[in-house]
Design a protein around this ligand. Structure first.
Ligand code: SAM
Length: 415
């Protein structure tokens, strides 16, 4: 199979990586240094990922949110006192260039499809800085993160910008316990705007577009959902603007249950000067700055007083997959984790089998499947779309049975 097929499999299993292309185009629209150079290297000069945002105001509002996040986060990272930034996920941003110039070490972690593209670009723009490294990982897969950080010592400033909302509750739980494990092993802190990301959008749009903001916000949400193939953009860590007090408590309790504590910093007190102000009126800038008093970024650290709830989820069993075409049936057995790193391999196997002859059905033996994320489910759904009812999942563990049945898969009862 060609590199092209493998890349297609990665893209189909993890469409969320496209949201990072939107982000870098918005950074270029906000004239953030090096963003335009990255956009050119990615071949995105025509800003394709922004094509769905037909209203220029929607681009402006999004660029304002993105520039605010990028510059405020860079400033908080530099003030953190940690010598190393671990950016999870790094996307395509110029943060590596900015922070290495400021004397920090930068470790970019993201899905392999992103890292394969951004690493050579940043290396060409950084002129050989050895303070920068990148690793393809899956945030739900602790083993991949542990391997990426194995030679790292020193307290980490872990940053999570624009990722937590794409996980379901189960995945968010796994990712937060992975971040706790990173802090336990290396020390440091975790900074994230994600819990209040809806509030940041909501208050930003309302402050600059007034009564027109709901329609412009709806257009932004639709773009994020279409690009990521994620329906709800919510989980227990995400604050809901319709129920701020209760959902904030749920999100804090969620962090506490992982043995960590939250300190919130008010955005209005930390936003540096923004380029995008050049595209706003004085009144809009004033309203925006006032509105950001109601929005916070979260600084999360270990809480020595709390033990994390037991996390039995961490499956260290290595991934294995065997497949064959038998009597025109695609027969596969999967062991270990089917996640963002491994699900593309199942899709590539399917593509490979199809080049010999189109199977009439498929049987996936899940006896040794220990853990599945939405990337794995997405690949099962791609097979189901091709085969309809002729896809069967066999030997499904009782912990996954309900989920598979809900998704419409044929799951015969265990014998
Ligand atoms: C909206 S982008 C944000 C990227 C970057 N932080 C920024 O501000 O532009 C979301 C990023 O999350 C990454 N992502 C989503 N799921 C992931 C996972 N399971 N593991 C690692 N990265 C993931 C995507 O690849 C993408 O780069």
């Amino acid at each position: 199979m060609t590199i092209e097929t493998e890349r297609n499999s990665q893209a189909q299993a993890n469409p969320v990586f496209m949201t990072a292309k939107t982000a870098i185009c918005l950074m270029a629209a906000a004239d953030i240094s090096d963003a335009s150079a990255i956009v050119r290297c990615l071949g995105l000069e025509n800003h394709d990922p922004l094509q769905n945002m037909t209203d220029p105001d929607v681009v402006l509002g999004n660029a304002l949110v993105v520039e605010t996040k990028y510059r405020t986060m860079c400033s908080l990272i530099k003030d953190s006192g940690c010598p190393i930034c671990v950016d999870l996920p790094c996307g395509y941003t110029p943060k590596a260039l900015h922070l290495s110039k400021a004397g920090m070490r930068f470790i970019g972690l993201d899905l392999p499809i992103v890292v394969q593209e951004i690493e050579p670009i940043i290396r060409s723009l950084a002129a050989g800085s050895d303070e920068i490294s990148f690793h393809g990982i899956d945030a739900t897969n602790y083993e991949s993160i542990r391997t990426a950080l194995q030679n790292v010592t020193g307290p980490l400033c872990i940053t999570t910008e624009g990722m937590m909302m794409y996980f379901d509750a189960h995945e968010a739980d796994t990712v937060v316990s992975n971040i706790r494990a990173m802090l336990e092993q290396h020390g440091g802190l975790w900074i994230t705007p994600d819990p209040e990301f809806i509030l940041q959008f909501f208050y930003t749009f309302r402050s600059i577009f007034g009564k027109d903001s709901p329609a412009k916000l709806a257009a932004s949400k639709e773009t994020a959902q279409q690009q990521s193939d994620v329906a709800s953009l919510s989980n227990p860590l995400i604050v809901n603007p319709d129920d701020i007090i209760r959902s904030t408590k749920t999100a804090e309790d969620f962090i506490n249950s992982h043995g960590m504590k939250v300190k919130k910093i008010t955005l209005a007190e930390h936003i540096p000067n923004l380029n995008i102000y050049r595209q706003l009126t004085q009144e809009q800038i004033r309203n925006f700055k006032t509105a950001m008093s109601d929005c916070h970024y979260w600084i999360i650290t270990l809480d020595e007083q709390r033990q994390p709830a037991d996390n039995a989820e961490q499956q260290a069993t290595p991934f294995e997959m065997n497949y064959a075409l038998e009597n025109n049936m695609f027969k596969v057995s999967i062991g270990g984790r089917l996640d963002s790193l491994t699900a593309p391999q199942l899709l590539t196997a399917w593509e490979k089998i199809k080049t010999t002859s189109m199977p009439v059905g498929a049987e996936i033996d899940c006896a040794k499947l220990g853990y599945i994320t939405s990337a794995g489910i997405r690949v099962f759904l791609i097979l189901q779309k091709a085969l309809g009812k002729n896809l069967t999942l066999t030997n499904v563990h009782s912990s996954m049975e309900k989920l598979f049945i809900q998704k419409g898969f044929t799951v015969p009862p265990l014998r």
